[in-house]
Design a protein. Structure first.
Length: 206
């Protein structure tokens, strides 16, 4: 199977990005990663990408641009320059305006079971604290296609884990991340194999 040229966008430490790059280089994920973009200078994820010898590693700071449109133009311009076919968000926190060219070609993973506990401000520790505070018995992760708002695109895959009575946000985060490490590569493989068919809000595996 040919590999898909893939850009990975990060806003944090880059563990998900590193996992995907390592899987691709081990031959178990049909992507090639020529570009990693970080949402600010000095991110741990950018350091990881440099240590992994990703060919191009760039920081694009939202505060340097007057609008979401201008910021998005720079991000997607870098993707165009790298000739990518797929964009994968790996802890990316900034809203983007998706060009027509990349509709249904950008994926995200969220550390909760959407549509619950999604939206602006729901990331990282905030998500897990909200899940515990609400008294949920299960949590998990959701892989979805991106659109122009936070966490609302069609859902590709979800995996579940228990919420324990004595959970802390950090403990729950670790359990959710274990599921993320399985769900995201599986979803990317299905995408690369052309097996995802979007029908309205539903994604069928064919």
């Amino acid at each position: 199977m040919p590999t898909l040229r893939t850009a990975i966008l990060v806003s944090g430490g880059g563990r998900t990005m590193q996992n995907l790059v390592q899987l691709s280089r081990a031959g178990s994920l049909p992507i090639d990663v020529p570009l990693v973009i970080g949402s600010k200078v000095g991110l741990g994820g950018l350091d990881r990408a440099l240590k992994l010898d990703v060919p191009r590693v760039e920081a694009v700071e939202r505060k340097e641009f007057p609008s979401v449109a201008a910021f998005s133009e720079r991000v997607f311009g870098l993707c165009d320059e790298a000739g990518v076919e797929l964009i994968v968000l790996a802890g990316w926190l900034c809203l983007l305006e998706l060009p027509e060219k990349y509709v249904n070609r950008m994926l995200n993973i969220h550390p909760a079971l959407l549509p619950a506990f999604g939206g602006q401000g729901m990331y990282g520790h905030h998500v897990h604290a909200a899940v515990i505070g609400h008294g949920c018995k299960v949590s998990g992760c959701t892989v979805h296609f991106c659109d122009n708002t936070y966490d609302t695109g069609p859902i590709i895959a979800q995996r579940v884990c228990p919420v324990l009575d004595d959970d802390t946000p950090d403990a729950l985060a670790a359990r959710v991340f274990e599921q993320e490490m399985i769900a995201y590569p599986e979803a990317i493989r299905l995408y690369a194999e052309g097996r995802l068919k979007i029908e309205g809000r539903r994604v069928r595996v064919v």
